[in-house]
Design a protein around this ligand. Structure first.
Ligand code: MOS
Length: 731
């Protein structure tokens, strides 16, 4: 456990809850265990989706629409079909029918309609990937093109305010993924702003961003002939890369006319997810349809980096209008935050960007609202810290502007607006140690060395310090289950959890070992596939505490049922339920970012020099892997703040820089020493192990901290991500 000395730090407004340790809790939870799958990964023997050995595979290559809206008039496959090795060309004229339209973006090859540029409209199956790709170039498609709306105008008269409550996690039409009302207000914002001594009225924006996982989406689909076994036997197997099979099964099985049990999904290792592999995308439908036409031969599909910018989701671009008012001593009199996002006309995905604004700071008057502008573009999806990333970039930047306007230190300003209870719903905090993070971080980072803007210079470099708060909500969603089995002297944990490189294979046995009172080296995990007890997918940074909660329940039941000396094959399962009374608490993890940057007065280049992320996130189950998660999140934050930018051609609808040559992500040389600290905290309201979510919080607020540091260095306020050289020089 990484702890830091908290003596001399004033008590946080809400005292941390220290529940008595549970029996059998420790020594493994909190221990610094190395990844159990590391040897497999470094020797290249961990099997990723595309690598599972299958007999006589063939290959499918997707063909993407070259228009943004319209209809296929004609499709000429003769030349493609003549390429040696080609088995079939799939189009809406020749493909098996889908059954239930669970998700409009998965409804491909059915009707010739084109909803966005880069939609899968055809595919070629061949004996080799090379033949499939070559033939795909020879399929000639003509279109009846319609006028497409592609330009994002936040002031569009057609912008739609999202008001309704749709607490649907895996929605039938996966339309609006909202857990709270889209608009809410309290008090009188106009009066609050009018009464303010200090006011900030600003607009922030960021471009659409792409996940860029190291492992692009890949799948092997095999359609089995089970007619001679029994009709309920598994029909389709997908070796896939995903964040858990639950959403895949519930959306893909009805789509393909299967019962849930007829769809087997296997995904033991995943090369990065970040939300992009949480929901199924249309390449899986292409692979499943292709496999159906050549059954029982397996069909393999590994999409390209360029495909990753077309049809597998992204963080939608957005604009944030923030008005803050404060009285002379910095207490907020009003907050108004309107988030306006681009969305797809085919399927509305919306980031819940204003939720953090409702709960971070106390104010008597508040209005928050989400609006969307529908365009003929590909649907967005969850991307690391969805909503909180963009919303907190806006809020935490605006607070820095307010600090500057009022002459109050940014940390002090935040502390003066610390709420006693959740400002949105009045619930008491489960634990909230934001102030402790701010104070500890300030001390540790040397915040007192900060100078007024533009006053620290080293040769051509202007040096600045910036900070921002971080938070991440509890995302309790659906029921989940875990099973414990004793066999050959070892314990096996089974559930539909997933390890995206996050460490679930390593930490779930730690949790089980403590709950069973055994050594961690006799506990194995069987996760990442159907056929194990249902569990929530790896999303919302909820995996470890949610799955851990179910595992503790299963282990306790196992011991009650089978005692300390279980028989071979002894097994028990249990449901993980939120702790009694948890829903009456407002549950969030908190943290703070401190960043030192240098800005070149010659080129405008921004270099991050030092970063400190300090977090209060409940029990840290494995400090080594937790630190790794946070370093990853901060790296992604630097990448988003300084580099990542996509350009959609408003004439044709494609991303012009859709590969890693044009879409820049942070490299090693961009990342300095990153320091991560976790405050000691135990939160009993998230689950049995006292842990909260961590990974996504590392990205929340950090881009604001970088912008705030640029302001401190240069006196220039940048409000549009990414903070590239041209903006630094011209703002
Ligand atoms: Mo996270 S974007 O919920 O995988």
């Amino acid at each position: 456990m990484i702890t830091i000395d908290t003596t001399g730090v004033p008590a946080p407004t809400t005292a941390p809850v220290h529940a008595p340790p549970k029996p059998g809790h420790g020594p493994h939870v909190g221990a610094d265990r190395q990844r159990v799958d590391a040897p497999l990964k470094v020797t290249g023997t961990a099997l990723y989706a595309y690598e599972h050995p299958v007999d006589e595979p063939c290959y499918v290559w997707p063909i993407l629409s070259t228009i943004a809206r319209g209809r296929i008039r004609d499709i000429d496959i003769d030349e493609a079909a003549a390429v040696p090795g080609v088995l079939r060309v799939l189009s809406h004229q020749s493909t098996p029918r889908l059954r239930v339209k669970t998700d409009p973006a998965l409804w491909i090859l059915q009707d010739g309609e084109v909803h966005y540029r880069g939609q899968i409209v055809a595919g070629v199956i061949a004996e080799t990937p090379e033949a499939a790709r070559e033939a795909a170039e020879l399929v000639h498609i003509s279109y009846d093109e319609q006028l497409a709306e592609l330009d994002f105008d936040p002031d569009s008269p057609y912008a739609i305010s999202v008001r309704r409550v749709a607490p649907i996690v895996i929605a039938r039409r996966s339309e609006v993924l909202f857990t709270r009302p889209g608009e809410e207000s309290k008090g009188d914002v106009d009066a609050g702003l009018a009464a303010a001594v200090h006011r900030v009225e600003v607009e922030y924006e960021h471009p659409s961003e792409y996940h860029c996982q190291m492992e692009p989406h890949a799948v092997i689909a095999t359609w089995h002939d089970t007619s001679r076994i029994h009709p309920g036997a598994t029909r389709l197997t997908l070796y896939d890369a995903n964040q858990g099979p639950i959403a895949h099964r519930s959306l893909l099985a009805p789509l393909l006319g299967l019962l849930p049990n007829q769809l087997e999904i296997i995904s033991p290792y995943v090369g990065g997810g970040f939300g992009g592999k949480a929901m199924p995308h249309s390449h899986l439908v292409l692979a499943a349809l292709a496999a159906k036409t050549v059954a029982p031969r397996p069909v393999k599909l590994a999409i390209t980096r360029q495909h990753m910018f077309a049809f597998v989701g992204h963080r939608p671009r957005s604009v944030h209008r923030v008005h803050l008012g404060a009285e002379a001593r910095g207490r907020l009199t009003a907050i108004d935050h309107v988030s306006i996002q681009a969305t797809s006309r085919l399927k509305r995905y919306i980031d819940q960007s204003c939720l953090a604004t409702r709960m971070m700071y106390a104010t008597p008057n508040r209005h928050t609202e989400h609006r969307v502008v529908e365009l003929d573009v590909a649907p967005g999806t969850w991307m690391r810290a969805p909503g909180d990333f963009s919303g907190m970039f806006a809020l935490e930047s605006a607070l820095d502007e307010l600090a500057d306007a009022s002459g109050i230190d940014p940390i002090e300003l935040r502390i003066r607006n610390e709420p006693d209870v959740d400002p949105e719903d009045g619930k008491p905090w489960s634990t909230r140690n934001l102030v402790a993070c701010l104070r500890q971080g300030s001390e540790r980072f040397g915040w007192s060395h900060r100078r007024p803007p533009g006053q620290r210079r080293e040769r051509e470099w202007l040096i600045g310090l910036g900070m921002a708060s971080a938070c991440f909500p509890n995302t309790h969603a659906v029921s989940l289950f875990a099973q414990i089995t004793f066999q050959r002297g070892r314990y096996l944990v089974q559930m539909q959890a997933a390890d995206l490189g996050t460490g679930a294979h390593t930490v779930l046995p730690q949790i089980a070992a403590d709950a069973l009172g055994v050594d961690v080296d006799v506990v194995d995990s069987d996760i990442g596939r159907t056929g194990t007890p249902m569990a929530m997918l790896a999303g919302g940074s909820s995996g470890t505490y949610e799955w851990g909660n179910a595992i503790v329940a299963a282990c306790e039941r196992f011991r009650r049922k089978h005692g300390e000396q279980p028989n071979e094959g002894a097994t028990a399962w249990a449901q993980g339920r939120p702790p009694r009374g948890a829903r009456k608490r407002s549950r969030h993890a908190f943290g703070a970012h401190f960043i030192e940057i240098a800005v070149s007065t010659v080129t405008g280049e921004v270099r991050v020099r030092r970063m400190l992320g300090i977090f209060a996130a409940g029990t840290i189950v494995n400090p080594r892997l937790a630190r790794s998660q946070m370093v990853g999140g901060l790296t992604m934050a630097v990448s988003a703040a300084l580099h990542e930018e996509s350009f959609l051609d408003p004439r044709f609808g494609h991303i012009v820089n859709g590969d890693l040559a044009g879409y820049h992500i942070a490299a090693h040389a961009d990342i300095p020493q990153i320091e991560i600290e976790f405050l000691e905290e135990h939160d009993p309201w998230f689950g049995a192990i006292g842990a909260k979510g961590i990974g996504e919080m590392a990205m929340v607020g950090a881009p604001a901290a970088i912008g705030n540091a640029i302001f401190n260095a240069t006196g220039r306020r940048l409000r549009a991500l990414p903070f590239t050289l041209d903006k630094v020089l011209t703002v």
